[in-house]
Design a binder for this molecule. Structure first.
Ligand code: 6PG
Length: 461
């Protein structure tokens, strides 16, 4: 990613000093791509810093965690007031807030930047989500916007908010990415196991869905992956890949942060757990011997494929609604003035979750921002129209024993939001019974407790 970002800057006319702790990597970049622009190889960090005019702008692209602190520690003695360190890796926003405060005390700006789009995006135009001091963006903005993806001429790069805001937004982007990928996987699994559709046939279906409201990068690449035949075995590649999903951590961080914020991102969190369950290979092998299926498959109706498309769309909408709701909550909690319309606009191109849907989401926040994305009239209508199919698909999956954690938890979220009464009333009663944790009443203000072991009279607390 770092090399491709350097190439992107060079291709856009910037002189780029490059350094990699493995000098061979630096030399390889210059040898292979030196003709693409003006590169200045640096064999050490001291050389790198010496080659930069002030205020120096140094973009660091290393693995999140201790490696970032290590590079900062090496750089600080070489820098002067006003210089800017940019962390473009997937760092945890709390680390970014800490680093920004520490460095500010030393007169150095620290800017955590979320960069999305993978290797190709880094080279041809990623979605860029910079945080850090507003004045740093005055210096960095033009160069970041020059290399960013653009949507109809608008760069997918804008200042997100102070300190760790950029990395937080990127983290939630990844949470939505996880959920998107999981619910696409659930759709594939249903079409395979219940619909009897082989990967090649499904590749055509997903390619067709890329011309519907599902149009997106992830749908596009899903069709590509499902169409691909493994050269060695001659089988569909998807059938020779071990079905245990990896995760570098951003989805997990999103789930942890949501629990801390009290943001109910049920679909996103289920997608993180689904990766975890897929990796329980030992337990899964044993479960196949020990656990009864008890399935009673309901034969899918002839409209099953389109039902799955509608269920996928509905669950996708819920994922975005939950992610954006979490961003709103984080803005309140961390003092960031997060503009959901602007954030959605940055995701319209360059990033992994780029989708036609995002232009509609941006428009939904243009006028009076809805309390929840699903309440925006266009989306309330769209998801309402999909609900019957969504219910049929989840019911079919449950009857057939096909796990659909995102599709089903998204439906549970939708139903919980719209339920006139929830069983939380009973939970409050239980809590009051064993812990005297009190409850409110629907018919009068105040806080109450029932004397469960002393005649059960109710007292006001
Ligand atoms: C992006 C991607 C990227 C992600 C890697 C691995 O926006 O370009 O989200 O940042 O970190 O693709 O992600 P996982 O290992 O967590 O799936």
């Amino acid at each position: 990613m770092g090399a491709n970002l350097a190439r992107n800057f060079a291709r856009n006319g910037f002189t780029v000093a490059v350094h990699n702790r493995s000098e061979g990597r630096t030399q390889e970049l210059i040898a292979k791509h030196g003709a693409e622009g003006d590169f200045v190889p640096a064999s050490s960090l001291a050389d790198l810093v010496a080659s930069l005019k002030r205020p120096r702008r140094i973009l660091v692209m290393v693995k999140a965690g201790a490696p970032v602190d290590a590079v900062i520690e090496q750089l600080v003695p070489l820098l002067d007031d006003g210089d800017i360190i940019i962390d473009a890796g997937n760092s945890l926003y709390t680390d970014t807030r800490r680093r920004e405060a520490d460095l500010a005390a030393k007169g150095i700006h620290f800017v955590g930047v979320g960069v999305s789009g993978g290797e190709e995006g880094a080279l041809h135009g990623p979605s860029i989500m910079p945080g850090g001091p507003r004045e740093s963006y005055d210096s960095l903005g033009p160069m970041l916007e020059a290399i960013a993806a653009d949507y109809e001429g608008t760069p997918c790069c804008a200042w997100i908010g102070t300190d760790g805001a950029g990395h937080f937004v990127k983290m939630v982007h990844n949470g939505i990415e996880y959920s998107d990928m999981q619910v696409i996987g659930e759709s594939y699994h249903l079409l395979r196991e219940v619909g009897g559709l082989e990967p090649a046939a499904q590749a055509e279906i997903f390619a067709g869905w890329n011309s519907t409201e599902l149009a997106s990068y992830l749908i596009e690449i899903t069709a590509e992956v499902l169409a691909h035949t493994d050269a060695e075995s001659g089988r569909p590649l998807v059938d020779v890949i071990v079905d245990a999903a990896g995760q570098k951590g951003t989805g997990r961080w999103t789930a942890i942060s949501a629990l801390e914020l009290g943001a109910p991102i049920t679909a996103i969190t289920e997608s993180v757990f689904a990766r975890g369950i897929s990796s329980l290979t030992g337990q899964r092998e044993q479960a196949q011997q020990v656990l009864q299926g008890g399935t009673a498959p309901v034969p899918p109706g002839e409209g099953f494929v389109d039902d799955v498309r509608q269920a996928l769309y509905a669950a996708k909408l819920v994922s975005y609604a939950q992610g954006l709701d979490m961003l709103r909550e984080a803005g309140r909690e961390y003092g960031w003035d997060l503009n959901l319309k602007d954030i959605a606009s940055l995701w319209r191109a360059g990033c992994i979750i780029r989708a036609d849907l995002l232009d509609e989401i941006m428009k939904a926040y243009e006028s009076e921002p809805p309390a929840n994305l699903l309440f925006a009239p266009a989306f309330a209508e769209a998801i309402g129209a999909a609900v019957p199919a969504w219910r049929r698909v989840v019911a079919t999956a449950v009857s057939a024993g096909i796990p659909v954690p995102v599709m089903s938890s998204a439906l549970a979220y939708y139903d919980a939001l719209r339920a006139p009464r929830l069983p939380a009333a009973l939970i409050q009663g239980q809590r009051d019974y064993f812990g005297a944790h009190t409850y409110q009443r629907v018919d009068k203000p105040g806080t109450f407790h029932t004397l469960w072991s002393e005649g059960r009279a109710e007292v006001e607390w």
